[in-house]
Write a protein of this length. Structure first.
Length: 766
């Protein structure tokens, strides 16, 4: 183009060069583009036929400009001062004047209009045309950068609370070179490495931490949960092996046994001299513990129990520590005395000698490779009339007396059963805390990568960190906010468990079940989002997200299937609901109805349902009222639905089956309300104004994002109108934009050891 005599003879033709360059930039000319340019050229009476034919010849899709020619076009434009040239017409005009050697050229009055119409028809953003030829174009998106609006150390201190010193000590151990990640030669190699790590942790005293002092422990249950959570920044096979040995096996002996069991077993369990198992789950019965079929038949003659697997469905399956290392197990079995079934009780049953030889009557099979957690040796256990002494019954809640009769301080079979299981609720606290640590690690990797990985950018500008893109923020900022929300909620659950009283037992069990389900579902979803947010790099094993995903996937069914657990939560809420009404007289019923009506009147009046004022949308009271309303409304409608089915003659079992989806929503709404309450409480109690400001934004994001996820329900209920849910969506976008500034600092506050993060894409910037 630049070497043609046509453009030399008529410099005005340079006016087309910027437009031509823009059209050819993607290497393709479409029929529509050709049609529009033809029309533009034909309108120009100042161009002769020969020049028109020449201009049209440059628009041949089968003969595009050579790369060298194309680059020369751009070089010509870059000779100009583009700062005051607003569009392609002005750039082309300036180029024509430059090559004419004159200060001014006269063009037809309609030429500018013709150009603008053509650009419009071609979908070109005329005002941004000049950016194609610039190298320093900056926008709001390109200029956005990380900030640190609070002291990270203070936020870490706030998160760690009174467990700060213990957390630092555990992190120091797992950051030691002896705990470095490595590739394994075999399944056996991996399992042996995990065992060695657990043995080292036992040497440090962490295994016996919750046990009494005479068993080498510190009698510190809160510390045990902290250890589990902190270890979860490292290898999760190690964490689960640790939890099976010292939590399930050790705590079952501690909580279900009496002093004789404590003195006999706990010291060796805490030091890992006695590796053991927790044998509850059977092939045919997982969550339904009452349906277990393994039997423990009492023999009065020699005061022994016969532990037996009556059929293949009754075998103990998926038992951690069983395949290789376990020497004994807490076995849950039906107690049979004189042919009478006294329900599920717990017994210590030997599996192997200290040399690893199987006990007579015990057969163990290896579960083999799993989706994750392959450092844990899960196995299947069969018992064939295995004899154990009477003293091996864990007899805190039930025993067999000297006359061979069943005795219990708790007369109700129902209450005794749930009391026994309730003492083991600690597992449902340890698992979600472990899962949350994995989420924090995944978010740290993805957010660090999002800050350093650059992709695309404005015309004429540099590439932009992908964390600057709104959709990338949408993917990672709400989970970051929710991880903080869950952190404080799980601290609250832990404290409730530590301070529990008998009358609170069922409520705490329901809270633990619900938070376990809510947190592990969150972990599964979050790690998938982190994997996708890191693109192909997230798929590489070296960047650890695959291990985090695979190892935590089973958390949704550990300690009970999440859907079943949420139904347990719902049944607990319905029981409380029924008891509340059962204790009411006519006046309190009237007051309750009046209160409900008042709530509906205040919160569902047109002014509130349509209010899109930012101050209102960010208000903590609005958030909590919306969560509480949803919880009460779903609980009330579930209760009415069940009552209607039963009143119509449906069996209560069928009624609950029909309403299962409804019941899961009852559980979720309850847990979401508790999580929000605890997050808001933490914000109110935070004294450092900068940490408080950061936590406030996170709390607002958690609340509004949760409301947004449930917007369909709120619209159905008339609690909000469409303009309000749209405004909430806009506010969530804005909060993601604001939280993004502190995102790196917020993950730094987790203070995860760099060796535990371990991902090359998340290495610290030098």
């Amino acid at each position: 183009m630049l070497k043609s005599k046509h453009i030399t003879d008529n410099p005005k033709l340079y006016i087309f060069l910027p437009l031509y360059y823009t059209l050819w930039a993607d290497g393709v000319l479409t029929p529509t583009e050709l049609k529009e340019i033809n029309a533009l050229i034909e309108k120009q009476s100042w161009i002769n036929e020969e020049e028109k034919n020449w201009l049209l010849s440059l628009l041949n899709p089968s003969n595009p400009p050579k790369p060298t020619d194309f680059k020369s076009w751009k070089s010509e434009v870059k000779k100009l001062d583009l700062n005051n040239l607003a569009n392609l017409y002005e750039i082309g005009k300036a180029l024509a004047i430059y090559h004419s050697g004159q200060k001014k050229l006269d063009f037809e009055p309609r030429l500018q209009t013709d150009f603008q119409e053509t650009e419009l028809n071609l979908g070109l953003l005329s005002g941004e045309a000049g950016y194609t030829f610039k190298s320093d174009h900056k926008t709001i998106t390109t200029e956005y950068h990380k900030e640190r609006n609070f002291e990270v150390e203070k936020m870490t201190s706030l998160l760690d609370g009174n467990q700060s010193l213990l957390i630092k000590n555990v992190k120091k151990v797992i950051a030691d070179p002896s705990f470095a990640y490595r590739e394994y030669d075999s399944l056996l190699d991996q399992r042996e490495q995990v065992l060695q790590w657990c043995q080292e942790l036992a040497k440090q005293g962490y295994g016996s931490w919750a046990f009494p002092q005479y068993a080498g422990g510190k009698d510190d249950m809160e510390g045990y949960f902290t250890i589990m959570e902190t270890l979860s920044y490292h290898d999760l096979s190690m964490v689960i092996k640790f939890g099976v040995q010292f939590g399930l096996w050790g705590m079952s002996v501690y909580f279900l046994g009496t002093e004789k069991h404590h003195k006999k077993y706990l010291k060796d369990i805490g030091s890992l001299r006695l590796p053991g198992c927790f044998a509850m789950t059977e092939t045919g019965h997982g969550s339904n513990v009452r349906g277990l079929e393994t039997t423990a038949t009492y023999n009065k003659e020699d005061e022994t129990f016969l532990i037996h697997t009556p059929n293949p469905e009754a075998r103990k399956e998926y038992i951690g520590n069983a395949a290789l290392h376990g020497q004994a197990a807490t076995v849950f079995a039906k107690l049979i005395i004189d042919g009478e079934d006294y329900g599920v009780n717990a017994f210590v049953v030997p599996l192997r000698t200290s040399e690893g030889k199987s006990i007579k009557g015990v057969r163990i099979e290896d579960c083999g490779r799993k989706m994750g957690l392959n450092g844990v040796d899960n196995g299947v256990i069969y018992f064939d009339q295995v004899v154990i002494p009477k003293e091996n019954m864990l007899d805190k809640f039930a025993t067999v007396n000297e006359r061979g009769e069943f005795e219990s301080p708790i007369s109700s079979d129902n209450r005794r059963f749930f009391t026994m299981l309730g003492t083991l609720v600690g597992g449902r606290i340890g698992i979600p805390r472990s899962a949350l640590s994995a989420s924090k690690t995944g978010l740290t990797i993805a957010i660090r990568y999002g800050e350093t990985r650059k992709q695309f950018g404005p015309e004429g500008g540099e590439e932009v960190p992908i964390l600057n893109y709104r959709m990338h923020q949408r993917r990672l900022m709400p989970p970051l906010a929710k991880s903080y929300a869950l952190h404080f909620a799980l601290k609250y659950l832990t404290q409730r468990f530590l301070d529990r009283k008998e009358e609170d037992a069922q409520e705490i069990e329901a809270l633990a079940a619900g938070l376990k389900a809510y947190a592990t579902w969150f972990t599964t979803a979050t790690l998938q989002e982190c994997r996708e947010a890191c693109g192909g790099k997230g798929y590489l094993s070296e960047n650890r997200i695959d291990a985090l995903k695979n190892d935590t996937d089973v958390y949704t069914t550990f300690e009970g299937d999440n859907v079943v657990l949420m139904q347990l939560v719902a049944k607990n809420r319905l029981t409380e609901f029924r008891q509340e009404f059962g204790d009411m007289n006519i006046f309190t019923v009237f007051n309750y109805i009046t209160s409900q009506a008042k709530t509906s009147f205040i919160e569902k009046n047109p002014i509130i349902t349509r209010n899109t004022d930012q101050g209102h949308l960010l208000d903590f009271n609005f958030h909590l009222n919306a969560f509480r309303y949803r919880e009460k409304a779903i609980l009330n409608s579930a209760a009415q639905r069940l009552k209607r089915h039963i009143d119509e003659g449906m069996d209560s079992f069928d009624a609950f089956n029909v309403a299962q989806h409804h019941l899961v929503n009852v559980g979720k709404a309850y847990i979401e309300r508790v999580v929000l309450e605890q997050f808001q409480k933490q914000v109110h109690e935070t004294t450092d104004q900068y940490c408080k400001s950061a936590l406030t934004q996170l709390c607002q994001l958690y609340a509004l994002h949760t409301i947004e996820q449930n917007r369909g329900w709120y619209l159905e209920q008339g609690y909000m109108e469409g303009n309000k849910t749209k405004a909430i969506r806009k506010e969530v976008n804005q909060l993601c934009w604001e939280v993004r500034k502190n995102a790196l600092a917020l993950t730094d506050a987790f203070d995860i050891p760099e060796s535990c993060i371990g991902a090359p894409i998340a290495r610290r910037e030098v």
